[in-house]
Design a protein around this ligand. Structure first.
Ligand code: ADP
Ligand code: MP5
Length: 278
């Protein structure tokens, strides 16, 4: 009998289906992993922006996590939009109880349209209480600036910020380069506490349809880790997955459209270039 791998996402709902819980579950499914979820908030959202944010109570988030963890053989967990200090503290408490095998944290803070998905006072709790439990954290550049407490403009800054984030106790950091002003490449930096360091480089796709790229990328990492792959392998597969999802975009909606979560099905071979660093 074939083994069924199970992943859990703890995140917000995006009614437009391109980011959040919906992106995570689609990605899990495409990568052959059974997806479960614990909602932290409902958002009224489409490709034009976030039109409403309705957080759940922390105890309601906890109940969902327990319901899943008490019954399913979950091998990897990811977090996305956590919204408040209360929800973060409850998630930390609950995850400590279950001792997740692999925990991937996408420190979602601000939607691409500018809406806040994490209250300002929650940034510290995320950094000090949740990050120490994590296998991998996947900040984009603005998120890394807030978490590391520094401005990031050069390649040296990116490495320095990754080093600062490793000091929180997380096993590895992936600094996503989608927001960098590089017209040719989309480059992410992987750095782990055991000294592994490399860049994942792919051609930059010139499109406005990048809604949910971060959610999709971290969900792809989670799916591979749920299947038992190493952090390095998982990050490499995720880079290919997000690249084809952006490249084969669906052009839906009138704003920043979603990516194509099923494009990876018909894709063969490797796209990214791995650049080893000392
Ligand atoms: N225009 C693009 N072309 C190719 N890859 C991209 C592009 N934009 C983002 N990516 C990739 O998508 C992933 C998510 O990055 P990013 O967009 O920075 O995250 P977020 O959605 O959290 O802001 C990264 O692997 C990044 O390199
Ligand atoms: C519920 C939810 N979670 C996460 C994001 C971030 O996605 P993006 O950075 O692509 O806007 C979002 N827009 N909505």
């Amino acid at each position: 009998m074939q083994m069924t791998f199970v992943a859990l996402t703890i995140a917000g709902s995006d009614s437009g289906g391109g980011a959040g819980i919906q992106a995570d579950l689609k990605t899990f499914q495409e990568l052959g992993v059974y997806g479960t979820s614990a909602l932290t908030a409902v958002t009224a959202q489409n490709t034009l922006g976030v039109h409403g944010v309705y957080p759940l109570k922390a105890s309601e988030v906890e109940k969902q996590i327990c319901a899943v963890m008490d019954d399913f053989p979950v091998t990897a967990i990811k977090t996305g939009m956590l919204f408040s200090v209360d929800i973060i503290r409850k998630v930390v408490h609950t995850l400590k109880h279950y001792q997740a095998q692999a925990l991937i944290i996408d420190p979602v803070m601000i939607a691409k349209g500018g809406a806040s998905l994490l209250q300002n006072e929650a940034i510290q709790a995320l950094k000090e209480e949740l990050l120490p439990l994590a296998s991998i954290i996947t900040p984009n550049i603005p998120e890394a600036e807030l978490l590391a407490g520094m401005k990031i403009t050069t390649a040296h800054d990116i490495e320095r910020a990754a080093e600062i984030l490793l000091e929180t106790g997380v096993d590895a950091v992936v600094m996503k380069g989608g927001h960098l002003d590089n017209q040719d490449f989309a480059e992410d930096l992987f750095m782990s506490s055991n000294g592994r360091k490399f860049k994942l480089r792919s051609e930059r796709i010139h499109t406005k349809d990048t809604h949910g790229t971060g959610c999709t990328f971290s969900a792809a990492i989670t799916a591979s880790m749920a299947k038992g792959k190493s952090m390095e392998e998982a990050v490499m597969i995720a880079k290919d997955y997000i690249h084809v999802a952006i490249k084969e975009g669906l052009h839906l909606g009138n704003g920043h459209g979603p990516t194509n979560h099923w494009a990876y099905q018909s894709y063969k071979g490797s796209i990214k270039e791995v650049v080893l660093l000392d």
